[in-house]
Design a protein around this ligand. Structure first.
Ligand SMILES: NC(=O)c1ccc[n+]([C@@H]2O[C@H](COP(=O)([O-])OP(=O)(O)OC[C@H]3O[C@@H](n4cnc5c(N)ncnc54)[C@H](OP(=O)(O)O)[C@@H]3O)[C@@H](O)[C@H]2O)c1
Length: 315
């Protein structure tokens, strides 16, 4: 089961493998194992950014792209993979000025050991640079054959509208995908204002934090479950009566499908209109099976409604 991203011809598996772990919570060997397991299960859609994982101690950014590039070259699979990467947050390439986008794209291409990026995201908006300049620079990359399609992440609804207006007025390439923060404990930002734009502009939505940093796997049931993962504090903040009611509902509904809590949380996202593939990462190979299993789980409309109701409280 694959589907096209928005109006593009990028045909992707319904779970995008998150790359911010590579060179952070997954070392090179673990990353290769995770990538092997993901592709062995049919996965073909990898999400990274030039800045990953600058936030990890000792890193400078680019570590994730480097590992993915080495893995694709070693396995000889570049042509079978849809690679998404992003620009604007690498410490050496901050923002979305035209010269910066050009230089950052070349650096990403070199690290990924490829001559084309399939899907190139503006990682975060840069309100200091005119949209004409940013959209024009992305368009040049498409025309030069260095990027197949462009996409937006973390833009406000107003700025997405403005981007489309500018791109249309100038005949620039239009974005085909949107990468918002969206999951069962973070719904309103996306559903209230971004989803209608995605529908109108035929944007393929690839939500990030699909598992709320691990909370939606069900492994954090009490404050005592906070282990030594660097993500644990991000996940544990959702441990509350309401948060645990969502986990209980996921467990019950998942059981009817022979699916884990993790898989069921991803299946809820996939059931939403415009969502093409939730993004989720794995820090070890044993976590991959629950992620890719979403390809085989379709929730009924009653099950989606039940999960909508139990998560309706959140912000
Ligand atoms: N556009 C943006 O601004 C933006 C922002 C953030 C993320 N992203 C993208 O979205 C991707 C996903 O986000 P994320 O990785 O931060 O969060 P996430 O997908 O919500 O959480 C993934 C984490 O959950 C745990 N996990 C995964 N599968 C599991 C399983 N089967 N059982 C138990 N635990 C499991 C692992 O953490 P442990 O190591 O703790 O087990 C894993 O690293 C990133 O890799 C990145 O590509 C984009």
């Amino acid at each position: 089961m694959t589907s096209l991203i928005g109006s593009s011809d990028l045909d992707v598996f319904p779970l995008s493998l998150g790359g911010n772990v590579f060179g952070w919570t997954a070392d090179r060997d673990a990353s290769f194992d995770i990538l092997d397991a993901y592709t062995a299960a049919g996965g073909n859609f990898i999400d990274t950014a030039d800045s990953y994982s600058a936030f990890a101690p000792g890193n400078h950014g680019g570590e994730s792209e480097t590992i993915i590039g080495e893995w694709m070259a070693d396995r000889g699979v570049r042509d079978q993979i849809v690679v998404a990467t992003k620009v604007s947050r690498h410490p050496d390439f901050m923002g979305l000025a035209a010269a910066n986008i050009r230089a950052a794209a070349d650096a990403s291409l070199a690290r990924l050991q490829t001559d084309v990026i399939d899907l190139y995201f503006a990682h975060f908006d840069d309100e200091e640079t005119p949209l004409e300049e940013t959209a024009g620079a992305f368009d040049e990359l498409v025309k030069a054959g260095k990027v197949r399609y462009i996409a937006l992440s973390n833009y406000s609804p107003e700025r997405i509208d403005a981007y489309f207006e500018v791109a249309r007025a100038n005949g620039f390439a239009l974005p085909v995908a949107l990468q918002p923060h969206y999951n069962l404990v973070h719904r309103n930002d996306f559903e209230d204002t971004l989803a209608p734009i995605a529908e109108r502009e035929h944007l393929g939505v690839v939500p990030y934090y699909s598992l709320a940093s691990g909370f939606l796997t069900g492994k954090y049931r009490s404050k005592d479950d906070i282990g030594d993962s660097p993500r644990a504090s991000g996940a544990a903040k959702f441990v509350s009566t309401q948060g645990l009611a969502i986990i209980d509902a996921l467990e019950r509904i998942g059981r009817a499908h022979g699916a884990s809590i993790t898989t069921t949380a991803l299946a809820w996202l996939l059931a939403k209109p415009t969502v093409v593939a939730p993004i989720a990462s794995a820090s070890r190979v044993s976590q991959v099976a629950d992620l890719v299993a979403v390809a085989d789980v379709t929730l009924s409309s009653d099950e989606v409604a039940e999960l909508d109701a139990v998560s309706a409280w959140n912000g």
